[in-house]
Design a binder for this molecule. Structure first.
Ligand code: 3HC
Length: 303
């Protein structure tokens, strides 16, 4: 069945090579997914060799895990590893048909990335952003071919989460959108078409829930109480574990985008900022008997 709002699939163009800008955790998960599901070469690009090697290393290690769980054959594992390569130069994207970015969540950074990529790729190459909350319309502004850009927003962990938000900006071309939906099908993701609005749909709803948990501890409810209060509701992860998995800075960027778009309906947490500024990555650490505890230093950072 064609997803609601998807253009005629005959408009879709083939994708024979994928470029991934960034080699961090999200970018590496994307590279692995594209290589496994599309069986096409995927090149990951980052600013230095160390980052690139780390990203490619992550992909290889994940493939080895799949192999040890007997989830894939030895042949498929070798193929996936051979398909994913790394580069420190955007020239590696010259013959790509689809380039997706998963770099730092800042509009100016992403615009710069796309301007540089556009100077290298063919006019037909599709550009996609995995942004969590930034405006896709603003990102396309200034491109030579703004109609080729769209949002392709995956969820963490990419290998497991079935949903994919396909973000159409006003200028996004039908052929670009049709290709995105065909890609989503090949990636075995459930694609939904969403409008270009702050944090799109899922993060907007999710942040309402997580934002209220964070607001409760901003207002003095002990964080462990605020966090564990939701556990009996059958959530797969407690709100703080989830924010640790997606990364506290990402959670903060989503809060900021929602605040910019909707004002006081989405406040920005002062405590979250304090924790991030002090380098706190996760609220919980394993305590005695495996019961998670919040370190006293972390607690002392929160007002
Ligand atoms: N990478 C690859 N595979 C993973 C994984 C990872 N990071 N984490 C878990 N898995 C796999 C496991 O290997 C396991 O596979 P197997 O059956 O082959 O062994 C399977 O997922 C189930 O894992 P577990 O049994 O360890 O644990 P759970 O049953 O608790 O499931 C979970 C893990 C699916 C991550 C579940 O806890 C969950 O759904 N959590 C919520 C995730 C969520 O809400 N994500 C959205 C975040 S928002 C976002 O990403 C948007 C962004 O813009 C901020």
């Amino acid at each position: 069945k064609r997803p609601a709002g998807a253009p005629d699939r005959n408009l879709a163009r083939p994708v024979t090579k994928v470029g991934v800008v960034g080699a961090g955790l999200m970018a590496s998960q994307l590279a692995l997914l594209f290589a496994r599901r599309l069986q096409v070469p995927v090149v990951m690009m980052d600013i230095d060799q160390e980052r690139v090697d780390k990203g490619v290393g992550y992909v290889r290690a994940e493939v080895d895990k799949l192999l040890s769980k007997k989830r894939i054959s030895a042949d498929a594992a070798n193929r996936a590893k051979a398909l994913v390569t790394g580069s420190v130069s955007k020239q590696a994207f010259a013959d790509a048909d689809f380039v997706i970015e998963a770099v730092f969540e800042e509009l100016a950074v992403k615009k710069q990335v796309f301007a540089e990529v556009e100077a290298i790729v063919s006019p037909e190459c599709i550009l996609a952003t995995n942004t969590s909350s930034l405006s896709v319309t603003a990102m396309a502004d200034g491109l030579r071919h703004p109609e080729r850009l769209l949002g392709f927003h995956f969820f963490n962990p990419v290998a497991v989460m079935p949903l994919l938000e396909v973000v159409r900006a006003p200028q996004t071309d039908d052929a670009v959108l049709a290709t995105a939906f065909e890609l989503a099908k090949a990636l075995k993701k459930t694609a939904v078409l969403v409008k270009d609005a702050p944090a799109f749909v899922v993060n907007r709803i999710l942040l309402r829930l997580m934002g209220e948990v964070i607001a409760a501890f901003d207002e003095g409810t002990p964080p462990d109480v605020a966090d564990s209060a939701l556990r009996p509701m059958g959530l797969p992860m407690s709100p703080f574990t989830l924010s640790a998995m997606v990364g506290l800075p990402v959670a903060q960027h989503v809060q900021e985008s929602l605040h910019a778009g909707f004002g006081d309906r989405f406040p920005v947490s002062g405590n979250l900022k304090k924790l991030i500024d002090n380098g706190v990555k996760t609220l919980w650490v394993p305590g005695p008997d495996g019961v998670p505890v919040i370190p006293a230093e972390t607690l002392s950072l929160m007002s």
